[in-house]
Design a protein around this ligand. Structure first.
Ligand SMILES: [Fe+2]
Length: 219
């Protein structure tokens, strides 16, 4: 196996917020006020993931315990804040104020796994309604080679491994409460009208090119 030199030497010591303000004034069905508020929460996750990451380096590991320990709390908070960062970046970057279409390759695989494009869209909406304060995601499952929709609660509960996220939908109330109150269904419809299918398709094609990471010893 050839290791990627770039990846071997490409690291960051501090997370920095990415800029998504380019569509804050123009996204259909999402007010600027709501998007700014939402972006502010994302900046909060950036701050906290850096804070927890630094604390992990000096945490007391000798007292690590599954009932209660500083190290356990930091590990849980690290996954909460790291996923909070990554999921928001994937969410904001799969929104657009422009009309986009999925690629033929993505559409073909969706029709294979969901029978039709429309039944896939219905499945995404159902996953979003089924998710609590959390996320609905469309993901490519490396184990069965198929596309599935998943419901994630919070940022780090029920997160499937060996699954590459393609479409990300925020179902926390902070994502829609300002404009939609408790009307989650209308928010989901507005979201579906703003999906950047080009980006989602590129994520799918990138998933097909990546190593499966699924190394199992065989006799
Ligand atoms: Fe959010």
């Amino acid at each position: 196996m050839v290791l990627s030199e770039e990846r071997m030497h490409s690291t960051i010591d501090k997370y920095e917020a990415k800029d998504f303000s380019y569509f804050f004034k123009t996204l259909d069905g999402f007010s600027e006020e709501m998007l700014k508020l939402h972006y502010g929460l994302y900046e909060g996750y950036i701050k906290k993931v850096n804070e927890v990451d630094a604390k992990l380096k000096s945490a007391d590991k000798s007292s690590a315990n599954h009932n209660y320990s500083e190290y356990r709390n930091l590990l849980v908070d690290f996954s909460h804040n790291l996923n909070g960062v990554i999921l928001h970046e994937l969410y904001f970057s799969n929104l657009t104020d422009k009309y986009t279409e999925p690629t033929e390759a993505f559409k073909t695989i969706i029709e294979r796994d969901f029978e039709s494009w429309d039944s896939y869209l219905e499945d995404v909406k159902a996953a979003a309604m089924a998710s609590r304060a959390g996320w609905a995601i469309t993901g490519y499952n490396y184990r069965d080679g198929k596309i599935h929709n998943f419901a994630i609660d919070q940022h780090n509960l029920h997160v499937p491994v060996f699954v590459r996220p393609l479409l990300i939908l925020d179902t926390w109330e902070h994502a829609f409460g300002t404009d939609y109150g408790t009307d989650k269904k209308s928010y989901i419809s507005a979201f579906m009208g703003n999906v950047n299918w080009h980006v989602v398709s590129l994520r799918f094609e990138s998933a097909l090119k990546a190593e499966t990471c699924h190394v199992i010893a065989e006799e």
